[in-house]
Design a protein. Structure first.
Length: 279
């Protein structure tokens, strides 16, 4: 049976944070109350997070949880059985936030869609190097986007379109590449792909091209289409790396259903001149 007073009381507890100070170690511990969540067998509840979901942990098999098809920040949750015992649910998102829930059964849940704001006060998890903090990457990419051009022109042109590298920046384990695409024609440039490869400068005849693709961990800016007579800047964040003299970094831009392909070739020495991202 649903008890509105109990739910309101739990919600108040969730918003209150208790601080406990340790005299021996000079440390501060924060205890956050879990969010109350009600589920039923006949309806699906959607939890909408501001960033991608990277981890989900259920306290019991009595509840079901899976990402919504085609998206990475919405979790679909439902009761597997009726009248299950109170259990828990924990979700970690790509900005490092940890969301904790106390889950109870209710024939008619109060809410079926719950959306969380990006500036919630809940605790952070320590993500490993394969799960970079996208909230921090977004802030740094904004700084990089606002910086003026800081290097000699590395540019390629083709049929009225051009791709230019305006700067390379580094912050800890991530390098940021600021690019500008210019379309001087009246025909829009539909981007099929923009990819990064490490390639050999020379290869023996009759041998396949040796290349390694480096996939971005974050992209800032619209990389779908550049309208006619316009220019657009974007920032790609890649894991930190260097390359030997016999190799180079290729940034390959392919037009979708078109022939205006562009490629920038960047030497290892150029990568070593990456600038620090200023506050």
């Amino acid at each position: 049976m649903y008890h509105p007073i109990k739910w309101i009381f739990q919600l108040i507890l969730m918003l209150e944070t208790a601080a406990v100070f340790s005299q021996d170690h000079g440390m501060q511990m924060f205890v956050s109350q879990p969010f109350p969540l009600e589920l039923t067998t006949s309806k699906t509840t959607h939890l909408v997070f501001p960033y991608d979901i990277v981890s989900v942990d259920k306290g019991s098999r009595d509840i079901m949880a899976q990402k919504a098809k085609g998206v990475s920040n919405i979790l679909r949750v439902k009761a597997a059985v009726a009248d299950f015992h109170s259990t828990s649910l924990t979700v970690i998102t790509s900005d490092g936030k940890l969301y904790s829930f106390t889950v109870d059964y209710a024939a008619e849940p109060l809410q079926l869609t719950i959306e969380f704001a990006g500036n919630n006060p809940w605790p952070k998890a320590a993500l490993d190097q394969f799960q970079p903090n996208k909230a921090e990457l977004s802030v740094i990419a904004d700084r990089v986007m606002a910086r003026p051009k800081q290097m000699r022109s590395i540019k390629d042109k083709n049929s009225g379109s051009a791709l230019e590298l305006h700067g390379i920046y580094i912050d800890q384990q991530v390098m940021f590449y600021r690019l500008e695409m210019t379309n001087n024609s009246q025909i829009s440039y539909d981007i099929g792909s923009l990819r990064f490869f490490i390639r050999d400068k020379k290869r023996a005849k009759r041998t396949a091209v040796q290349q390694l693709e480096i996939r971005p961990v974050y992209v800032k800016g619209d990389t779908t289409v550049i309208a006619g007579e316009s220019a657009h800047s974007f920032v790609h964040a890649l894991p930190k790396f260097t390359i030997p003299d016999k190799k180079y970094l290729a940034i390959e831009l392919i037009e979708k259903n078109g022939g205006r392909h562009l490629e920038l070739n960047i030497s290892g020495k150029t990568l070593l001149r990456a600038s620090a991202v200023e506050e």
